[in-house]
Design a protein around this ligand. Structure first.
Ligand code: HEM
Length: 489
């Protein structure tokens, strides 16, 4: 699909679900996973569901509601099969659809979809309703919405979440780094070869229907105009004769990630030989930030840093969670700005920079995180290694992206779960990776911390700390697309 000049054209914020623009930090949340019981009644609710738009998200909302569908949900609502088939292959197939995908995502062993609480078989949700409300108001809001959808849906799961303040269950500040979305559409379309890391990301990386970081429109369902005789849908920017069912929507990835807080701190205590300071340093090295969020590579820099000054990972290990999940690199390895230097780097002659060239360019693999922690997180953080092993705490991981495969699946499989990343081997992400041997039978339960002099300091025998207990791929439509899906046959 070709790019057209669209820079500066305003975004239809009233058609975008507000979750793309805001994580509703001040509001408590719960997520209802529903299955269609009566398609006509379900569609009737969806046609008027009080969905919150992205207009005014800068001001505090008192409550918000968002609706997203799985592909099974679209089919259950009666959306035509040829329309369903226009969505991306991984969305159509679903997160737990086949063993090869499960293996790539690290959903093996204790995280095998066979053991999930929801997300497979009859426990695959059709619709996720995400509810947010101000202090003390969530229960009433939930009762109101449940009464509205009772005729059309049955609830298979209610995912409650903890208050947003305070750290995640392992005790670290979370929700610090997010991509900045180019809502003003200032970035030039097709900005090839970014020489520096930049946190400003094209709108099309997160919203369908707008140019992405390649300067192209991410594939999405474009319908012949006869499929939209009432003109409910916007027309495609790059194909004005087609109705754009994707525009102003995006994919939403949801995973229930159980955290073994007791196991995490006990394992680190063992590795540290009971030395409390060393235990804290090891934990920070695994995350890449101290508990208060201070980045190891650039103390005091908050979120304004790259790893360019630490190519070997002496300050922040190459395998630290935040370095794996966002290596903050540019399209070419670092170097001068002149034409010659650029050519030199493009041809791979800059030996010093080669190790940084082992990792794909970050800008095509950004995630907008909207997850919430669950369980008694305050108790988990307080008691750490003394916390009961089976306690129900963790993260309802949610991320938004225009392309599930290139963004979520790539980050999860190549960078987090991959046992070969940035020249490392024998280790996966220290927080979220499983520890099963790799394809060649080699152990992957290590974690390396390079030292200025001498060999890497290397931990081994790390247990698995995070287990997947459910998950699904959803489509979070634009609001006009939502109304269209409620009526489409
Ligand atoms: C229970 C599991 C997880 C825990 C405890 C966890 C914890 C954290 C923490 C403490 C941070 C640093 C604070 C921040 O920058 O917001 C962080 C950052 C991040 N995490 Fe996770 N995380 C988990 C799962 C995941 C997964 C599954 C993904 C992606 C598939 C992911 C992607 C990211 C990204 C992209 C960042 C920001 C990195 C940056 O831009 O510097 N995390 N996580």
């Amino acid at each position: 699909m070709s790019a057209v000049p669209t820079q500066g054209r305003p975004v239809e914020l009233d058609d975008v679900q507000g979750l793309v623009r805001s994580g509703y930090g001040g509001l408590t949340a719960c997520f209802l996973l529903l299955r269609v019981k009566d398609p006509a009644a379900a569609r009737a609710w969806l046609a008027r569901a009080p969905v919150t738009s992205a207009v005014r998200t800068d001001r505090l909302h008192e409550q918000a509601l968002h609706v997203a569908f799985t592909s099974e949900g679209l089919r259950a609502l009666g959306v035509a099969p040829d329309v369903c088939a226009e969505f991306s292959a991984e969305f159509v197939a679903g997160m737990a659809s086949d063993p090869a995908r499960a293996r790539r995502l690290g959903d093996v062993g204790a995280s095998d979809p066979g053991g999930w609480r929801w997300g497979t078989g009859a426990r695959t949700p059709h619709v996720a309703v995400l509810l947010y409300a101000g202090p003390g108001r969530l229960a009433a809001w939930e009762r109101e919405v449940e009464a509205q959808c009772a005729a059309g849906f049955e609830r298979i799961e209610r995912l409650s979440t903890s208050a947003t303040q305070g750290p995640e269950p392992f005790g670290f500040a979370d929700g610090i780094s997010q991509p900045k979305i180019d809502w003003e559409r200032e970035r030039p379309v097709g900005d090839h070869d970014r020489l520096d890391y930049d946190n400003l990301v094209c709108l099309g990386e997160f919203l369908l229907g707008y140019p992405n970081e390649y300067g192209l429109y991410t594939p999405r369902p474009l319908l012949a105009s006869q499929r939209d005789p009432d003109g409910l849908l916007p027309r495609a920017e790059d194909a004005p004769e087609r109705a754009d069912l994707g525009r102003n929507g995006c994919y939403l990835v949801m995973r229930q990630l159980h955290q073994d807080v007791h196991g995490f701190w006990r394992a680190l205590d063992r590795q540290a030989g009971g030395d409390a300071d060393r235990r804290e340093r090891l934990a920070a090295a695994m995350v890449g930030r101290k508990k208060d969020g201070d980045p190891l590579v650039a103390p005091g820099a908050a979120n304004d840093f790259t790893y360019q000054s630490d190519p070997r990972g002496l300050r922040c290990p190459l395998g630290a969670h935040i370095r794996r999940s966002n290596p903050r690199n540019a399209d070419l390895p670092p170097g001068g700005r002149g034409l010659l230097s650029r050519l030199w780097r493009m041809l791979g002659f800059n030996a010093a920079a080669l190790e940084q060239d082992l990792v794909a360019s970050t800008r095509f693999h950004r995630l907008l995180r909207r997850g919430r922690k669950y369980g008694d997180v305050a108790a988990a953080v307080r008691s750490a290694a003394a916390h009961p092993s089976g306690a129900e705490v963790g993260l309802h991981f949610i991320c938004l992206a225009a392309n599930i495969k290139r963004q979520f699946e790539f980050v999860q499989s190549a960078w987090l779960v991959g046992s070969k990343f940035a020249g490392l081997a024998g280790e996966r992400d220290p927080l979220v990776g499983h520890r099963l041997p790799d394809a060649g039978g080699f152990p992957t339960d290590g974690f390396s911390m390079p030292q200025a002099a001498g060999p890497d300091c290397r931990l081994s025998g790390l247990p698995q700390f995070v287990t997947v207990q459910g998950g699904a791929y959803f489509f979070l439509p634009g609001i006009r697309a939502l109304r269209y899906l409620a009526t489409a046959r």
